[in-house]
Each structure stands twice: as structure tokens, then as C-alpha cells.
Write a protein that binds this ligand. Structure first.
Ligand SMILES: *[C@@H]1O[C@H](CO)[C@@H](O)[C@H](O)[C@H]1NC(C)=O
Ligand SMILES: *[C@@H]1O[C@H](CO)[C@@H](O)[C@H](O)[C@H]1NC(C)=O
Length: 386
């Protein structure tokens, strides 16, 4: 009896007590097709087999900004965001990617593939030749080849026979979800249902506090440097090429209307990365002056106006909250506790994906800051979450 009890107890611990780690696979033959990280090392993915639904897959593209210019990309090529050489062999994930069913009731049993970000250019670049910088450095701009190759490896690893696929990512990975969802849809067998959740990827083409479009200039530089045009949504590129404005396709407010696949937008109207890098506000509440708070509030309104294609879409879903944060799907707190109209983002996304909106709406938009009592009391800076 005792023996039986302790054996059962041990099994429980082994199978259910610990969160399973994700383990790394490098896609070594990627180097044959030039699908390489900034430093020339191979890309890869972390994988955890789903406990109850191994044939349902969440594919997450990691975020981490972008590199501004060639020198900045050289610097990045010596970090985990530009090289696979020092990637850890395992990874633990929370929120939407957690296998803990208390934290992540709808998706805890799904298989998860996590694609580390190492191209510095929103998984979009495609410069044919290695790029020489300062004579002694050689780097590669191959984001879109990485994406094609890693998705190809995942197809072989089981996605080919998936019952359902969710494509997701936050920050640069969230933007990548908007930019590449149709391309990835095209790489998957037609009969597999696929949905997308873009977290904190709706970066605005908007002026900073001085009235300059700094983010637009930065985006245009990366667009040229990494030769991204061929990697973007081609319907968008065709439309904007007529006026020589195909760079606009890197901004969701312009490219969203060309997306054909079902996509769900998860974003704060007061995204801390946007406040710091697009608006360049220089503070986060409660440490802002009255003048800065006005700019902050205006940005929230500007965001809601720019996200109107999402709000007006008859088929797509959204959770636009007013919590001051960046990247909410990978944080336990924002995934489980932040609510809009008394529903979490998980409830909202699940209602949208399944079409079962009896209990929960598939699209919610929050009231203006600081109306939402479920948000964290203090703003969460972008470096704490990405
Ligand atoms: C830019 O990308 C396109 C494919 O999208 C390719 O045909 C062209 O050769 C690339 N240009 C350079 C300079 O690598
Ligand atoms: C919010 O939802 C919970 C169930 O998730 C319910 O018990 C509660 O009554 C709801 N509150 C309001 C104000 O609707």
C-alpha cells in the first residue's frame, strides 16, 4: 500500500508536477541555403511536445527590436539576438506558452515551437551577399530565409500533420506575425486551420514629441539595408510600390488591410516600447509631468485611431487594453489577470478562434488610461518583459 502510494506519488511529480522545459534544435542545413543569423551561425527552434494535444501547435517568433544600421548589427551579431552560438539548450516559458493549466487553461496541452530571433530585421531581410562592415566584420541579412527554413524544419518535425496551428510572437515577433502570416499560411498544408495572435506588434508610424517621424526614418533605413521588400506582404508591396512607398508595408496600420489570414491583435494603446521609442516620451507614469501626461494621453488616442482597421474588421479579433506595458502574452500577470470588459485576453482570443462568443466577445477595446483596475499599478518598462 505504502509502496503503491509512493510510486503513484512519484509518477505524479514526474508527469504533472514540473513544467517541462523546451529543448533546442539547431537547423544546421540552413547554412546550405544561406538562412543564417547575423553572424553566419545556424537558426533553430525550441520545442516542447504537447501533453494533451501534441498535434496542435503554437509557433512563436521571438522579439527583440531590430538593429538600426550596419555597425549596430555587427554589435548584435555577438549577442543571442544575432548568433546561435551561445543559445541555452533549454528554455522555460510562461503565459500563452506555459504548460501549466492554471495559468494557461486553453492552450497548456498544445505543442510549442519557439523560434529565437537572430536576424535583426523582423524576420524579413534578404541580402544576397555577405555584408562587409569596417573591413574586418562580415554579417548576413537573411531573416526571411530563416523563417522559411525554420518553418520547413517544423513541417518535417510534425506541423505537416497538425490539427491546428497558431502563429504568434511579441514585439518584433508580433510585428512579424502581421508581416508574415500570409506567407507562413502558404507554407502549411491548406487543410490545417491556422490562426494568428500578434502581441505588441502594432507599431505606429507616428511622430515623436518633437513632431519628427523618427521611427519612419529608422524603418526606412532598415528596409533598404536589409532588402526586406521581397519578404513582406506582396499585396501590400504591389499597392504601395505605385507611389514608391513600399516601406509603408512594415507598418501594420498600412499593411493590415492586405492580410488575408485570420489574425488577432493584442496590444496596449500605451505600449511602453512605443512610448519610449516612437513617441520618445522620456518618462512612464507616474513619473511624468503634466505636459508629458498630455502627450501620453494623446498617444493612446492616436493608437486607437491607427488601429481602426482592426476594430472595423468584421472577421478578426482584438484585445486592446490600456495597461502600460509591452509584450503581454508571455507574462503570467498580464496573461491571467489583466481584463477588459471582465474577460482576459485568453478568453477573448479563444472565443474568437473557436467562434464561440456566447460567453465572451471576440474583440474588446479598453477605456482610456488609467481606467482599468486590473492592470498592474506601475508601468512595466519594455526591458523587463521582452
Ligand atoms: C533583394 O531581394 C530580392 C528578392 O526579394 C532579390 O531578387 C535581390 O537580388 C536582392 N538584392 C540584393 C542586393 O541582395
Ligand atoms: C466577471 O466574470 C466573472 C466570471 O469570470 C463573474 O463571476 C463576475 O460576476 C463578472 N463580473 C461582472 C461585473 O460582470
Amino acid at each position: 500500500m505504502d509502496v503503491l502510494f509512493s510510486t503513484t506519488f512519484c509518477l505524479l511529480i514526474i508527469t504533472g508536477g514540473f513544467a517541462a522545459d523546451m529543448s533546442l534544435t539547431l537547423v544546421r542545413n540552413a547554412q546550405d541555403t544561406g538562412a543564417v543569423c547575423l553572424d553566419g551561425s545556424p537558426p533553430g527552434y525550441y520545442y516542447r511536445k504537447g501533453s494533451t494535444d501534441p498535434n496542435k501547435w503554437i509557433i512563436h517568433m521571438e522579439g527583440g527590436g531590430y538593429c538600426n544600421d550596419e555597425k549596430d548589427c555587427v554589435k548584435r551579431s555577438f549577442t543571442d539576438l544575432g548568433s546561435s552560438k551561445k543559445w541555452s539548450s533549454t528554455k522555460e516559458l510562461s503565459g500563452f506558452l506555459s504548460d501549466d493549466c492554471t495559468e494557461n487553461p486553453h492552450f497548456c496541452g498544445w505543442s510549442v515551437a519557439f523560434i529565437p530571433y537572430c536576424d535583426g530585421g523582423i524576420y524579413s531581410g534578404n541580402v544576397l551577399h555577405p555584408v562587409k562592415v569596417d573591413i574586418i566584420y562580415t554579417i548576413y541579412f537573411r531573416g526571411i530565409r530563416i523563417l522559411d527554413t525554420v518553418i520547413g524544419a517544423l513541417l518535417t518535425a510534425g506541423v505537416n500533420n497538425a490539427e491546428h496551428v497558431i502563429l504568434t510572437g511579441c514585439s518584433a515577433g508580433g510585428l512579424s506575425t502581421y508581416l508574415h502570416v500570409d506567407r507562413i499560411r502558404g507554407l502549411l498544408p491548406n487543410n490545417i486551420p491556422m490562426h494568428a495572435l500578434a502581441d505588441a506588434g502594432y507599431f505606429l508610424d507616428a511622430p515623436n514629441v518633437q513632431g519628427d517621424y523618427a521611427i519612419r526614418e529608422a524603418g526606412q533605413y532598415v528596409f533598404k539595408m536589409q532588402n526586406v521588400s521581397g519578404g513582406l506582404n506582396q499585396a501590400c508591396v504591389t499597392a504601395y510600390s505605385k507611389t514608391n512607398e513600399d516601406w509603408k508595408c512594415i507598418f501594420p496600420q498600412y499593411s493590415y488591410q492586405y492580410i488575408k489570414s485570420p489574425i488577432f491583435s493584442f496590444n496596449s494603446a500605451y505600449d511602453t516600447w512605443q512610448l519610449a521609442n516612437i513617441l520618445q516620451l522620456g518618462c512612464l507614469p507616474p513619473k511624468c509631468s503634466e505636459e508629458q501626461m498630455k502627450q501620453f494621453e494623446n498617444y493612446g488616442q492616436e493608437f486607437k485611431a491607427a488601429v481602426s482597421p482592426v476594430i472595423q474588421s468584421p472577421t478578426n479579433g482584438a484585445f486592446i487594453d490600456s495597461c502600460v506595458i509591452h509584450c503581454q502574452s508571455l507574462s503570467t500577470t498580464s496573461w491571467t489577470q489583466f481584463k477588459v470588459d471582465n474577460q482576459t485576453v485568453g478568453d477573448t482570443f479563444y472565443a474568437w478562434m473557436t467562434g464561440n462568443t456566447a460567453m465572451y466577445k471576440s474583440k474588446v477595446v479598453d477605456c482610456a488610461y488609467p481606467c482599468n483596475p486590473t492592470c498592474s499599478k506601475t508601468a512595466i518598462s519594455p526591458d523587463e518583459v521582452v
